[in-house]
Design a protein. Structure first.
Length: 401
């Protein structure tokens, strides 16, 4: 069985980012830049005032001096003349500093009357002036390719006068649930059947992780039916299946896809839950075969599908970040499979984050998974630890799943 890290590395190495598409600023948040964003202007375009007050010559603006007011420079309407010795121009935040002036006298530090202004506090040269290009200069790169755009980045791209952004197309992910026993929520459930939760949960996970999910019709445990749906795989950047991954004679994914030209990359990994994971390729489309057990499917999606979506979207495809937390209970020595324990988080009196794994960790228990805040990671053969020991955990809330 392949170690988790190696399985993830092989998946990430096999994926290439989607092509670029052009979107408006409003559509850009959360997308990954396919090309850098350059400034299409210099900001500020000239020296501007950072305050409301008076543009003056610092040499004249000493406490007690009276300066002649010769005009005004509100934002957007520059003063055309020059500030000479003993003169001042009324200025507002964002207004261009007129020629001749080299400092701003704050409104609060001055008394204006008639055509003059009295300096109540001596001004320092350069004070309250934002220099031309302080923020960025025309032609410079303000955002690099490969960046996942934040709301702040959208503001920067807009300020740099870019109405459009070149981002990677959202990866289109086909989701195929298989099994004779599964029925869509609300539909009649066959005898001994179960409602299909996996496709819905996976579609939601794909959506919040930057992909476009396409939920395919449920395929019964029948080679021809699975093959028929799989024949549409070329329409997707990745096909994700659930169920039929294991060793039972009804576990048909590999044999059904085999007829369609499926090339197996690997099968079975040293992970709990999620051992029977399948990875391969159908023509040019990568295929991730998740186990049918609902918790196994979703934990594998956190560990493999989210990084894969990242890589397809133009990111490095890094694993979910982990945090060091305190285990609320003693943990037994682990076996050969990397374990992922569903746990509730709480903050103790000392402000430390404490993760308490659920007492039963069965891979069918969706309610336990939905209530969990974290997956506590137990490496293969990790030794037993006492309650209070530090352990690594993936915080599910941070991933938005
Ligand atoms: N003899 C062995 N048996 C099993 C092994 C093994 O190594 N040897 N592995 C076990 C492990 S671990 C897992 S995980 C499961 C995974 O099996 P499959 O991927 O083949 O999944 P199915 O058999 O199709 O289904 C398992 C379980 O999940 C339910 N299911 C399936 N699809 C959905 C869905 N879309 N929504 C909700 N629930 C679903 C299905 O009804 C079954 O109850 O195999 C073990 N067995
Ligand atoms: O790995 Mo299975 O996913 O243990 O239930």
């Amino acid at each position: 069985m392949l170690p988790v890290e190696e399985a993830r590395a092989r998946i990430i190495a096999a994926l290439t980012p989607t092509a670029a598409e052009t979107v408006t600023l409003a559509e850009g948040a959360g997308r990954v830049l396919a090309r850098p964003v350059a400034a299409r202007l210099t900001q500020p375009p000239a020296d501007v005032s950072a305050m409301d007050g008076y543009a003056v010559r610092a040499a004249d603006a000493v406490e007690g001096a009276s300066l002649a007011l010769i005009g005004a420079a509100p934002a957007g309407r520059p003063f055309e003349g020059t500030v000479g010795s003993g003169q001042a121009v009324r200025i507002f935040t964002g207004g261009f500093v007129p020629d001749g002036a080299d400092a701003i006298l704050l409104q609060e530090d001055a008394t204006a009357s008639g055509g003059s202004v009295r300096v109540n506090e001596t001004v320092k040269a350069g004070r309250h002036i934002r220099r031309r290009g302080l923020d960025f200069s025309e032609g410079s790169e303000v955002l690099p390719a490969g960046r996942k755009l934040t709301a702040r980045d959208i503001g920067l791209a807009a300020a740099a006068n870019n109405p459009w952004l070149a981002v990677h197309r959202r990866p289109r992910i086909g989701i195929l649930a298989t099994g004779d026993e599964i029925a869509l929520p609300g539909d009649p459930i066959p005898p001994g059947g179960i409602v299909s939760s996996n496709a819905h949960a996976l579609a939601a996970l794909v959506r919040v992780s930057g992909g476009d999910p396409v939920v395919l019709p449920i395929a019964p445990d029948d080679t021809a039916a699975i093959a028929e749906v799989a024949a549409t795989a070329h329409a997707f950047d990745m096909l994700v299946t659930t169920g039929g991954a294991s060793v039972g004679e009804h576990d048909l994914i590999q044999s059904a896809l085999g007829g369609e030209g499926f090339e197996l990359g690997f099968w079975k990994i040293a992970m709990r839950p999620g051992k029977p994971l399948i990875w391969g390729r159908l023509g040019r489309t990568p295929v991730l075969g998740l186990p049918g057990n609902p918790v196994s499917a979703l934990v594998c999606a956190v560990v493999f599908l989210i990084p894969a979506l990242g890589k397809l979207s133009g990111l490095p495809g890094a694993p979910a970040p982990t945090r060091r937390v305190i285990s609320g209970v003693a943990l037994v020595e682990n076996d050969k499979r990397a374990d992922h324990l569903r746990a509730i988080l709480a903050v103790d009196a000392a402000g430390r984050m404490v993760a308490t794994p659920a007492a039963t960790q069965d891979s069918s228990m969706l309610a336990t998974l939905a209530r969990a805040d974290a997956l506590v990671l137990r490496a293969p053969y990790a030794p037993a630890v006492e309650a209070g020991a530090e352990v690594e955990a993936i915080l599910l809330g941070e991933l938005g799943v």
